[in-house]
Design a binder for this molecule. Structure first.
Ligand SMILES: [Cu+2]
Length: 195
């Protein structure tokens, strides 16, 4: 068993034990009420400690996770390229020019980006909510945002490797949702850009 699988197994077992414990406590709480030793004051004190611990855990987890929020990724770097994205059932329109949601649907143009440069995607939807998820050629999700009608969500990303990247919809949007995809190329930062 690889270390990664062993780690997953341990996490799974810990979660399973936690779930069993919750079920056990729920079962116990259904038994006739017994006055705790030390009376109700003791129980209230336990409850207070429990909630203080819970609040402390929430503060620690929020502090750790908010600092890694993708909203702040490349926030202090100006994008060198902007790509406008309009999602609709069941395709993406990618364009270098702003897309007017009320206008005639723009034709998708092939997009070529440069590696090592910050690009900003301005993502909207022409109909319902869609996902806008960027995958590399190994099928790893790199970044994602929602495509929402009436809103423009900005997603900044820097591609480290040249290659073909795939866009997939990860928000269920209708019958052909599973086939909603598009792709764009990232070329090495040194090559001259052709459009
Ligand atoms: Cu979809």
């Amino acid at each position: 068993m690889s270390p990664k699988h062993a780690f997953l197994l341990v996490v799974f077992l810990l979660v399973a034990i936690a779930i069993l414990y919750v079920f056990y406590r729920v079962y116990r709480s259904s038994l006739p009420f017994a006055v705790p030793q030390g009376g109700l004051a003791n129980a209230n004190q336990k409850r207070l400690i429990f909630f203080l611990l819970l609040a402390g855990t929430a503060v620690i987890l929020s502090t750790v996770s908010f600092a890694r929020s993708p909203y702040f990724t490349f926030a202090d770097e100006d994008p060198s390229e902007v790509v406008y994205v309009a999602a609709r059932q069941f395709a993406y329109v990618l364009s270098r020019e702003a897309i007017n949601p009320q206008g005639t649907p723009a034709a998708a143009e092939p997009i070529q980006l440069r590696a090592g440069k910050v690009v900003e995607f301005r993502v909207t939807s022409l109909d319902v909510n869609h996902g806008f998820a960027i995958y590399n050629d190994r099928g790893h999700l790199l970044a994602q945002t929602q495509a929402m009608p009436g809103y423009v969500n900005r997603l900044r990303w820097k591609f480290d490797e040249p290659g073909t990247y795939q866009l997939l919809c990860i928000e269920f949007c209708g019958a052909a949702h599973a086939y909603m995809s598009a792709s764009f190329d990232v070329i090495s930062g040194n090559e001259s850009q052709t459009r």
